[in-house]
Ligand binder design. Structure first.
Ligand code: MLT
Length: 212
């Protein structure tokens, strides 16, 4: 764990400099250790920058405040997404990193979606696992063909299909190259998420999906 930049994080340099680094963003109650194994499995040898959310909800780390499950404090979403984008700039300088691809789960996917819309320059793309629309009004963003994978759960009790479809549309309208997959699972991650994300990332690296 490192806490000398603005966010507590862990950094694993990897041994494949040509791979885009992954910015790992955990779900509610997680921390910077949670997604490291998933990141290693999805992007073997790639650099991993894994961050802890700064908000505490009954002691559980998150990336922004919510008023209820699925109901967000949007002022806080905006503030925290900007803070996280600033952290990415700091960390890129500290570790000499290229623009990262975010890999976020649940609350981490939601802050990644907010960063894409508010600070598109901070990310090269994103894998959003169980993501929702983070802001009801989409800010004017130009995502310039950035690749985005959304993976939803067909029986997710937290995220209705209409919500993930609305997110896919919002990002597409902003110019992202969105692939939206729905798996026969709930809110929890599954082996299929790993397989889908790994294949998508390999295609992005091979240039089959635009990487700006
Ligand atoms: C959120 O707050 O981002 C969503 O409700 C997902 C979650 O439970 O963390």
């Amino acid at each position: 764990m490192t806490n000398d930049l603005s966010h507590i994080h862990r950094f694993a340099p990897g041994n494949r400099r040509e791979a885009a680094p992954l910015l790992l963003l955990h779900g509610t109650g997680g921390d910077e250790n949670d997604l490291l194994p998933l990141g290693e499995a999805i992007a073997p040898g790639g650099a991993l920058l894994s961050v802890r959310g700064k908000v505490l909800e009954h002691g559980m780390p998150r990336f922004f405040r919510r008023l209820a499950e699925g109901v967000f404090d949007e002022d806080d979403v905006i503030r925290r997404a900007n803070d996280l984008a600033d952290f990415v700039t700091e960390a890129r300088q500290r570790y000499d990193l290229a623009e990262p691809i975010a890999l976020g789960y649940s609350n981490g996917a939601n802050i990644a979606a907010a960063m894409l819309l508010l600070r598109p320059e901070a990310l090269a793309g994103a894998v959003l696992l169980r993501a929702m629309v983070p802001l009801r009004e989409a800010p004017k963003a130009d995502l310039f063909g950035r690749p985005v994978l959304i993976v939803s759960g067909q029986s997710d009790p937290i995220i209705p299909p209409s919500n993930s479809a609305a997110l896919a549309l919002m990002l597409t309208k902003a110019g992202a190259a969105v692939e939206h997959r729905t798996l026969p699972v709930g809110h929890q991650l599954s082996q299929a998420d790993l397989t889908v994300a790994k294949t998508w990332l390999a295609n992005v690296e091979a240039g089959a999906v635009a990487l700006t």
